[in-house]
Design a protein around this ligand. Sequence first.
Ligand SMILES: Cc1cc2nc3c(=O)[nH]c(=O)nc-3n(C[C@H](O)[C@H](O)[C@H](O)COP(=O)(O)OP(=O)(O)OC[C@H]3O[C@@H](n4cnc5c(N)ncnc54)[C@H](O)[C@@H]3O)c2cc1C
Length: 333
Amino acid sequence: MFARGAFRAAPALRSSFRQYSSKNAQEPLQANAGRQIAIAGVAGLAGYYAYSTLGGSAKLAAKQEAAPVAAPKVFTGGDQGFVSLKLEEVENINHNTKRFRFSFEDPNSVSGLTIASALLTKYQQEGQKPVVRPYTPTSDEDTKGYLDLMVKHYPNGPMSTHLHEMKPGQRLDFKGPLPKYQWSENKHEHIAFIAGGTGITPMFQIARAIFNNPKDKTKVSLIFGNVSEADILLKKEFEELENEYPNRFKAFYVLDQAPKDYTGRYQTGFITKDLLKTVLPAPSGGDAVKVFVCGPPGLYKAISGGKKSPADQGELTGYLQELGYTKDQVFKF
Ligand SMILES: Cc1cc2nc3c(=O)[nH]c(=O)nc-3n(C[C@H](O)[C@H](O)[C@H](O)COP(=O)(O)OP(=O)(O)OC[C@H]3O[C@@H](n4cnc5c(N)ncnc54)[C@H](O)[C@@H]3O)c2cc1C
């Protein structure tokens, strides 16, 4: 469904994205420098005030207290096997998606997931083969006591149906972490996420790692395809990023069906080559540029070609190859 080239970017958006995608990632830093220095100044003064008003032994105690203690990890990989987690809460997100909160036995422990990685879930009906599917939690990696999954229901899909039928108090088996792409701060200057539907969750994990880390200055473009406005997951979170980091985060939404009060915020149709050419960082950036792709099979087919297997990225084909990106510049989740 993403293969048809029906969409044409509106001129205003087209020009704003062209400017954004061709700006140097460091420029926004200068623009923000005043604000950052102001924040650093306030923090510095607060630190100085605390230091200068404490007595000698209190200073030592404060120093000792500051030493970070690593929280225990629930998922340690290797030969750990599956870990059973209790479903604590279920929240309706939209007409076909729910958020599931699973609690850890130890409320002080963290998931242990690295960026970017997923978890395998397993469920088996009597006399049937086990169903195993990967999911990327939407909760922060340093969250203690629980993890959240945001899962869309596919009526014929065994795992998503099972999850959507689960009630608080029931348990599900998890295994991980399942490493996907090793992120480190400032690994690339400008990255782009091309996502369809729930394909957004691995992208959200990387975005959280970047924007939760003040040392990471990576610039991020999101191109997010959905059926309708109601299907756009994590929209509020992305709007917050856009407001807080207008020079480092830009989201571009493409909908199969435009909303009634369509004002130009969304583009109607499918993610096209023309759109990608306008909004992505240029392939000439080499290693400074990385494009991540995750979504339904049709999206991979049109944009990058599919993976051969979980461990084999397969050849780069589709719009990204036609636009001049190399296989090394693209990662398929
Ligand atoms: C790294 C990774 C992370 C993922 N994270 C999430 C997540 O956070 N939330 C989430 O809901 N899903 C996520 N998925 C997809 C998830 O693993 C399952 O594929 C999905 O829940 C469907 O499983 P199922 O057993 O219900 O249906 P399946 O039997 O696997 O599929 C049922 C039908 O749905 C189609 N389908 C499957 N997945 C998709 C998709 N993503 N988009 C469109 N059509 C699809 C299939 O082609 C099939 O027709 C992730 C996938 C990967 C690879």
